[in-house]
Structure formats: structure tokens, C-alpha cells
Write a protein that binds this ligand. Structure first.
Ligand code: CP
Length: 361
């Protein structure tokens, strides 16, 4: 059984196969019209979403399959205290594949240990968003013609921006990628990501505090929203919320073929005038999301047919250190659900929680 919880669950070859399948679907939509006839996708969304949930829904409908699920945890038995583990055990007998979004980091990993059908992480807390990454990669491939030898500036909320974390991990597999991290001090990339980036041999990175100083060298500018919902302190949010605004003046010094990406939703970090610039690729990016999710659903259902789930739950995909340490990160799923404490040892010898990747102090 294969799940997609983190972008590193897919090899570079597998990512490229999914991106190529997405391109084939765009070119030959008719061919895939009944590819999932008789199959059901369950969308379990414990946190709000427009693009991800509806693009998964549209993707399954275009493949000839059906969709069930909830878009708000309040309309499910979660309000009665049902756990993620029990919920997905139940859903496994109703559907063929699950897409889950959750406000707690690691919830989709828990789901993958108890489900007997493939689980796709549709965004967990400020941790990861691997299907946005596939969307971004298909967009970069279509817009730039390549996934290597690129200078990409990530701008805004790099601390809570799960799309940034996941795309950097995926790009670390490509040659000649130069990452520029543009954020205020308060919204820097989390420590675990910075440590990981130091270990990537084929990726270079540096941190800067202004967009203007790097604009002319960028092939891609990846804008992000400052994520109000993740702040514990409202005053801190007010201090940083307007840190970066991309406008037509700033676009003047960018390369003619630079593209602007944004996972959306946007608030005020890109002015409306920029939408008219042909380099603004964020609405084309949204459309690619549906096609790449079609490709992912097809791929995971094919894997599940070849290798169904085996053994009793919980099924662990790697040799974790089990219940020997405790994670204290406030937004980790292990804080609210009765799950085994799982840690993995990183290459630098540190222990990290398998759910939220917080380092053991
Ligand atoms: N990009 C993204 O995840 O958007 P939604 O929150 O609307 O799903």
C-alpha cells in the first residue's frame, strides 16, 4: 500500500511519472474519462479549503469516479470525539482512496497507519502539502520547460507555509537549484528545514530580508500568504502581516521570463494589477492542480491494486523508535490523539518526531 504523506514518499522518477501523466491527461482528456469508473474518493477536510478539496473532487469526477466526505469536521462524528484512526478505519470500507486535510501536524500519517486504502495528505498544519508540490512542479515544468537549474525565491511566511516546506524538499532532488528565502526574522523557515537544506548537496540557499535585492536574479518568485490562523499571538501577526507586497513597480526589475507562483488564497501580498502581467502564473497553477491530482489518484489506485494493505494496524512504513521519547510540539497530532510516539533519527544524528518533524531537545 502506498500513501502520499510527504513529498519524499515519492522518488524523483515517480514524481516525473506523475507530472508526465498530468501532461498526458491535459493533452488527451477523453482517454481518462472512465479511468476511475466505480471508484470512490473520500475527502476528509478538518480545515477549510477551496482549491485542494474542489480540485480533488473535480479530478475524481473527470475520471468517472464518485466523491464522498466532509468539508468541515463539525459535520462529522469528530465532534463526538472520534479519533482520526477510527475515522479512517470506517471510511476504508466506504471508499477506495482518501484525501485528508487536518489542522494538526501528522494527522494524515496517523491515518495512513490505520487505513486499508491509500491516504493522500492534502495539507497538515504548517507541516506539509505534497499535492500542492505536485501542482507547483507541473506548473514549473509547463512554464519553464525544466525542473532543474532554477533560481527560486520563496517570499513571505516561510515559517508556517507548508507549501514552501514541501516544494523545497522536492526540489532538493534536482540539480542546480538555487533557493533564496525572503522573509522577516519572525517568519524564517523552521530550524528542521534549515538543517535539512544544509545537508542537500545539490541545492544552494541564502536568506535575505527584502524582495527588491534579489528580484533581477529570480527565475521563479513563489509568494505566500502570512497565515493568520497559525499565530498564537495576534500582536505578532499584526507586526508581520504586511511585510511583503508584490506590485507592478517591483515586477519592472524582474526577468522578462520570470514567473510568479502562489499556492493561493492571497490576501494583499500580490496587488490585483500584477494579475494582468503574463508572468503571473498563479491562476494557471490552480488549473494544473486538478490534472496532477487526477494523475496522483490513478497512480495510487494502481499501486493499491498491486499491493493491498497487509497486517494489523497500526502499520508503520519505517523502523521508528516507538514510545521511547515524547513530542511536546503544541500542534502535533500526538498532543491530542492516543497514538504511539514515533521518532526517526536524521542523518545528522538528531531525533525528530515522525508526525511534525520537531527535533527532540
Ligand atoms: N493552495 C491551497 O491549499 O488552497 P486551499 O487552502 O484553498 O485548498
Amino acid at each position: 500500500m502506498r500513501h502520499l504523506i510527504d513529498p519524499t514518499d515519492l522518488t524523483r522518477e515517480e514524481i516525473e511519472q506523475i507530472v508526465a501523466l498530468g501532461e498526458d491527461i491535459i493533452a488527451h482528456r477523453e482517454k481518462y474519462r472512465e479511468a476511475c469508473k466505480g471508484k470512490k474518493l473520500a475527502t476528509l477536510f478538518y480545515e477549510p479549503s477551496t482549491r485542494t478539496r474542489l480540485s480533488f473532487t473535480a479530478a475524481m469526477m473527470e475520471l468517472g469516479g464518485d466523491v464522498l466526505g466532509f468539508s468541515n469536521a463539525n459535520s462529522s462524528s469528530v465532534t463526538k470525539g472520534e479519533s482520526v484512526a477510527d475515522t479512517v478505519r470506517v471510511i476504508s470500507s466506504f471508499a477506495d482512496i482518501i484525501a485528508m486535510r487536518h489542522f494538526k501536524e501528522g494527522a494524515p500519517l496517523v491515518a495512513s497507519q490505520y487505513a486499508t486504502i491509500p491516504v493522500i495528505n492534502a495539507g497538515d498544519g504548517s507541516h506539509a502539502h505534497p499535492t500542492q508540490t505536485l501542482t507547483d512542479l507541473l506548473t514549473i515544468k509547463r512554464e519553464k520547460g525544466r525542473l532543474d537549474h532554477l533560481t527560486i525565491g520563496f517570499c513571505g511566511d516561510l515559517k508556517f507555509g507548508r507549501t514552501v516546506h514541501s516544494l523545497i524538499k522536492a526540489l532538493s532532488r534536482y540539480e542546480g537549484v538555487n533557493v533564496i528565502l525572503i522573509s522577516p526574522e519572525e517568519l524564517r523557515l523552521p530550524d528542521y528545514m534549515l538543517q535539512e537544506m544544509q545537508a542537500y548537496s545539490n541545492l544552494t540557499f541564502r536568506e535575505v530580508r527584502t524582495m527588491e535585492e534579489v528580484m533581477p536574479e529570480l527565475d521563479i518568485l513563489y509568494m505566500t500568504r502570512v497565515q493568520k490562523e497559525r499565530f498564537l499571538d495576534e500582536e505578532e501577526f499584526d507586526r508581520v502581516k504586511d511585510s511583503f507586497v508584490l506590485d507592478t513597480e517591483k515586477m519592472k526589475v524582474a526577468k522578462n521570463d520570470m514567473i510568479v507562483l502562489h499556492p493561493l488564497p492571497r490576501v494583499n501580498e500580490i496587488t490585483r494589477e500584477v494579475d494582468k502581467d503574463p508572468r503571473a502564473a498563479y491562476f494557471r497553477q490552480v488549473e494544473n492542480g486538478k490534472f496532477v491530482r487526477m494523475a496522483l489518484i490513478l497512480t495510487l489506485l494502481k499501486y493499491a491494486e498491486k499491493a493491498p494493505a497487509e497486517g494489523a494496524a497500526p502499520r508503520y512504513s519505517e523502523p521508528f523508535e516507538i514510545n521511547r521519547h515524547v513530542c511536546h510540539h503544541h500542534s502535533c497530532i500526538s498532543q491530542t490523539e492516543d497514538v504511539d510516539q514515533l521518532f526517526r533519527r536524521s542523518e545528522d544524528g538528531t531525533l525528530r518526531c515522525a508526525y511534525c518533524e520537531t527535533r527532540l531537545k
